[in-house]
Design a protein around this ligand. Structure first.
Ligand code: PXL
Length: 282
């Protein structure tokens, strides 16, 4: 596949920021984002919003970082290191979402600023363990989404946010319209969890045109961190100046390779892996 360019000046890589939760099992969240960014050739800055107690079987608890500390991490990175794009993942609460949104707006991160913002509205782990308080869904809809350059919900998150159960092309289009109406510049409805086809098709909508992005489906139970990986790769491509459709083409192909390289870990679900990039370099 065509990879992202490395170090525009031959020394310092493009930077991106992930604002998300940690996964002690190393499969998803900030660990997946940082790994993806590194292997895409991008320097990962991190603003930790929550710490999960997690292994391959599930999430047994999480601790929320005080909102002003989350906001402080974002501000201190952006004003010194500078970033080409940012991504949000697990934000846990209304208070954290509010602090993140205010800080991003202030720093020119988001659909109306200079720095693109990918919003992955993480609500639950693949085991169904909650990662977002239910009361925070309104803040996702009305505070976070209006700020986003692009949103990347999976089908469970689409249902929680819009009330629409996606079962086919027609309901996917309805859901994309409902997501876009909340204010992001672009909405993606990820079809990876629609297991009725041998392809995984994501639908991208900008308020006018529907575009489909398709990859062969890889049948594996080891898909922990798959959504994070797609959104992080998308963020890396945007940080390199790609348009959203071109960034999604890149992210979809990247994630396909990571799914193909996924591995067993612990007694539960293993992670998707960007380490294929190292194998192919040998
Ligand atoms: O894959 C979504 C996700 C994001 N962030 C954290 C997670 C998970 C899934 O378990 O734990 C911290």
């Amino acid at each position: 596949m065509k990879l992202l360019p490395l170090t525009p000046d031959g020394r310092t890589p493009v930077r991106a920021l992930t604002i998300a939760g940690t996964d002690s099992g190393g499969g998803a969240g900030i660990q997946a984002d940082s790994r993806t960014m590194a292997l895409c050739g991008v320097h990962a800055c991190v603003a930790v919003a929550a710490v999960t107690v997690q292994n391959s079987v599930g999430v047994s608890a999480f601790h929320e970082i005080p909102p002003e500390i989350v906001a402080g991490q974002i501000r201190t990175v952006v004003t010194d290191i500078g970033i080409g794009a940012a991504k949000t993942g697990m934000l846990a609460s209304t208070a954290i979402i509010t602090a993140v949104a205010e800080t991003c707006r202030d720093l020119g991160i988001g659909r109306d600023g200079d720095i693109p913002l990918v919003v992955d509205p993480v609500a639950a782990s693949m085991h169904g363990d909650p990662l977002l308080h239910e009361e925070a869904l309104d803040a996702v809809r009305h505070t976070l989404f209006p700020l986003a350059t692009v949103v990347t919900p999976n089908l469970d998150e689409v249902r929680l946010i819009t009330g629409i159960q996606v079962v086919d092309d027609a309901t996917a289009r309805k859901a994309a319209e409902a997501l876009h109406a909340l204010g992001p510049r672009w909405a993606i409805v990820k079809g990876g969890h629609l297991r009725s086809s041998q392809y995984s098709t994501d639908l991208l909508y900008d308020g006018e045109t529907f575009r489909e992005f398709t990859a062969p489906r890889i049948a594996t139970g080891n898909d922990h961190g798959g959504g994070d990986t797609l959104a992080a790769a998308l963020t890396c491509a945007l940080a390199n100046g790609y348009t959203v459709p071109d960034a999604l083409t890149f992210a979809k192909e990247w994630t396909y390779h990571c799914l193909a390289a996924s591995y067993d870990l612990g007694a539960g679900h293993g992670p998707v892996s960007p380490l294929w990039r190292l194998h192919s370099a040998h």
